[in-house]
Design a protein around this ligand. Structure first.
Ligand code: UN1
Length: 501
């Protein structure tokens, strides 16, 4: 994959690729190893944390709108680099070019959002119960933050965190997935370019930490990092969260999803079909927001199953760099094995499988192209309750919407959800307190493909964190409650009387 290296060079990454190292570089497009990087040693991670702390002391005193100006410049760099960076995302993840570029657009969008936010980091003023007193809250920078990201969104999820953290006054230590380190290094190089002529930007504002779970643990355990924002599987969250909580640090977790769509009898199937297909196969079914479960009213199930099966069978699967491809490869062999074993379990549970199986084995023997699978299940069995990262859609039927919502919520995860309906009562019920229990609940669009303006994240085993828009910035700051006495007396709260002798 010389192309990945030349793209990196064009984006300003110094080439220091070794013949050995503990991080092999591979593109899922052909699966071959084209070089190695070395992970950071314990000492190197420690040095980077120290540098981030030093940067924090300066950065927290830079006025927030000025911090926003740096993010505005970064957004400009991203605009200029949208094509090559998007292509690098495609090379490292296997997602199609359209989605690779979309990921960079998502970065640009969050930069724009963060620039505006840099003038809106405001708190409330409250009436005090005491005469001559005023109460207010002030939001201050928190500390350097650790951002741990997954392979499937190797740039955008970092940007959601970094753009917001940086305007909030926090330096960022980024540990990307070992499967997508080049995208991280390219983003860092672009950030450096943006910071070059910006006198207020200290060194160490954005640093990349390369490594695996050990490096992540080191960041999680370090008391100097007030916030650890981690995206990945539920099991990753279960391993890291106790480490952060054990030192009483703050966690922001974006973990697995097991996202469903309910399709009701009034649904517009012409609209639902492409929405379901995109949500099921976008990024090869490897998004945390991927649609994995379809809960379909029995009156429309046969038609929807048939149309979806046909759409899946016609899908152009292949090299994600080609303009007409709609689904690229899975990330690696492990992902393929997980998909195979989930399908075997579903079959054993009585599922009827259409599609699935490997493609293009002769052309790419080391890569894992698969056909998406539609699995009609007799019930929501254990395998359906798990998140398998791949293009599998389990379809169950329902008669009563209350039962459908109960089935919808009967999984451990609670990230994204949707309902396809033209019935106002059904839509509102789904969005109500008695409806979807997810952090994201949509009507007449799929569960994936969120915009950055809203808070992104989920409940239950999905981790409870919120990133990107709305008031997600509050996680990256510390709130100080201030009470100011401008009187000459000292009335105490709760009317307590206290006299000194
Ligand atoms: C993820 O898969 O971790 O909503 C993030 C979406 C994308 C982000 C997914 N904007 O599908």
């Amino acid at each position: 994959m010389d192309e990945a290296l030349s793209l990196c060079a064009s984006l300003g990454v110094a080439t220091w690729l070794g013949r050995e190292g503990d991080i092999p570089l591979r593109s899922p497009i052909d699966g071959r190893c084209f070089g190695f990087l070395s992970g950071d040693s314990a000492d190197a991670v420690d040095d980077k944390i120290a540098a981030a702390c030093e940067a924090f002391h300066e950065w927290r005193q830079v006025p927030a709108p000025r911090r926003g100006e740096l993010i505005r410049r970064f957004g400009e760099e991203l605009r200029a680099a949208k094509q090559p960076l998007g292509r690098l995302v495609t090379l490292e993840t296997g997602k199609i070019l359209e989605e690779g570029r979309g990921e960079v657009q998502e970065m640009i969008d969050i930069c724009d959002f963060a620039v505006g936010l840099s003038r809106q980091l405001h708190g409330l003023t409250m009436p005090s119960e005491r005469p001559g007193h005023r109460m207010m809250e002030t939001w201050h920078p928190l500390s350097p933050v650790a951002v741990i990201t997954a392979f499937n969104f190797p740039a955008a999820v970092w940007a959601w965190n970094a753009a917001v953290a940086l305007v909030c006054g926090d330096p960022v230590l980024w540990k990307p997935s070992e499967r997508t380190p080049l995208t991280a290094l390219a983003c860092q190089a672009l950030f450096r370019r943006a910071a070059q002529d910006f006198d207020a930007a200290p060194d160490g504002l954005v640093q990349v930490v390369l490594g695996g779970l050990d490096a992540a643990r080191r960041l999680a355990a370090d008391i100097r990092l007030g916030l650890v924002s981690a995206t990945g599987s539920c099991s990753m969250g279960r391993a890291l969260a106790p480490v952060v909580v054990g030192r009483l640090g703050r966690c922001l977790l974006e973990l697995g999803g097991n996202n469903a769509a309910i399709v009701t009898p009034s649904a517009d199937l012409d609209l639902a079909l492409p929405a379901i297909a995109f949500a099921a196969i976008g990024t090869g079914g490897q998004r945390c927001t991927t649609l994995r479960r379809l809960i379909v009213h029995e009156a429309v199930a046969p038609e929807l199953a048939e149309r979806l099966e046909q759409a899946f069978a016609r899908l152009r699967i292949g090299d994600p760099r080609q303009a007409d491809t709609v689904m690229g490869p899975l990330i690696d062999r492990q992902a393929f094995n997980a998909m195979e074993s989930a399908l075997a379990r579903a079959r054993a549970d009585g599922g009827r499988i259409a599609g699935g199986g490997r493609r293009m084995v002769e052309r790419f023997p080391d890569a894992f192209y698969v056909a998406p699978a539609l699995v009609e299940m007799p019930a929501q069995t254990a395998v359906v309750e798990e998140e398998t990262f791949g293009p599998i859609v389990y379809m169950m039927t329902y008669r009563d919407l209350g039962d459908a919502i109960a089935m919808h919520n009967a999984v451990p995860q609670g990230l994204a959800s949707s309902i396809f309906t033209n019935d106002l009562r059904e839509a509102e019920l789904f969005l109500s307190a008695a409806g979807s229990d997810c952090g994201i609940a949509n009507v007449n669009i799929g569960p994936s493909g969120a915009e950055i303006g809203g808070a992104f994240g989920g409940e239950k085993a999905s981790g409870g964190g919120r990133e990107a828009g709305s008031d997600a910035w509050k996680s990256y700051m510390r709130r100080a409650t201030n009470t100011i006495n401008f009187s000459r007396a000292l009335p105490l709260a709760q009317g307590i009387r206290f006299a000194l002798g």
